[in-house]
Design a protein around this ligand. Structure first.
Ligand SMILES: O=C(O)COP(=O)(O)O
Ligand SMILES: [Mg+2]
Length: 237
């Protein structure tokens, strides 16, 4: 969408900052590319508007991040498979088909790549994530047979139903909390953020973003990871 006219650049007379929609991996991460950058905690805790975390990670991860930042839990998890409005948890897909693909992949001699405990998938409700150091071709073949898609976020391969996406989840939350998507500012880094960028008023890709996110964003930032996101917060606050 074109930049929102209702969100003027930073000025002392700005009544309140815009609502935010933030990806996690690649966007709130340290410059090294992993681990949350601690510099995001205070600005997000003090942000005087809703902050939605929209991620490919399983439900407990963004909920825990909201909890530890100290902000209300407004969460899109599993690339839109799970939506939490602060009151209701909605599940927009089913894990059964992705689970079957994971079992076929394993039966063919491959591994999801997360070890026996597999905390990456343990609480996943609607999709399966596979480590990017595992072979992609057989995973895509099994997924295609099941009419599922595989997306590569740069952090994991996700075997999922094609229908849910982050943007639809963000719409549900915006409606529930009563914010106008045209006022929202989003930051992201990968293909799973394209649907978010399509529904918000103003979108930014960090400089480490993949081609799809760069093409979909209103603006590609000069700074990477949390440095990029912090630069957006400075500009729009
Ligand atoms: O779970 C992933 O693969 C990526 O997570 P993200 O959407 O927060 O970047
Ligand atoms: Mg990301």
């Amino acid at each position: 969408m074109p930049p929102s006219t209702s969100t003027p650049p930073s000025s002392p007379s700005s009544p309140s900052p815009p609502p935010l929609v933030l990806d996690i991996d690649g966007t709130l991460t340290r410059p090294e590319g992993w681990g949350i950058d601690p510099r995001i905690f205070d600005p997000l805790r003090e942000w005087d508007a809703p902050v939605i975390l929209a991620t490919g990670k399983a439900f407990p991860y963004p909920i825990a991040l909201c909890h530890f930042i100290g902000i209300p839990e407004l969460v899109v998890a599993e690339n839109g498979g799970v939506v939490y409005t602060g009151e209701d948890a909605l599940f927009t897909a089913d894990r059964d088909a992705p689970q079957t693909v994971a079992e076929q992949y394993r039966a063919a001699g491959y591994d999801l790549g997360w070890g026996d405990g597999d905390t990456i998938n343990r609480w996943r409700e609607t999709e399966i994530a596979v480590s990017r150091d595992q072979p992609l071709d057989p995973l895509e073949a099994f997924a295609a047979d099941a009419e599922l898609e595989v997306i590569d976020t740069g952090y994991a391969y996700h075997v999922k139903d094609a229908a849910p996406n982050k943007g639809d989840g963000v719409e549900v939350i915006a409606e529930h909390v009563g914010i106008d998507l045209a006022d929202c500012v989003a930051v992201g880094d990968s293909i799973n953020d394209v649907s978010t960028f399509e529904v918000v008023g103003r979108s930014f890709a960090v400089s480490n973003a993949d081609e799809e996110a760069r093409a979909a964003a209103d603006e590609v930032l000069e700074a990477a990871h949390a440095d990029g996101t912090l630069s957006v917060l400075e500009r729009v606050r």
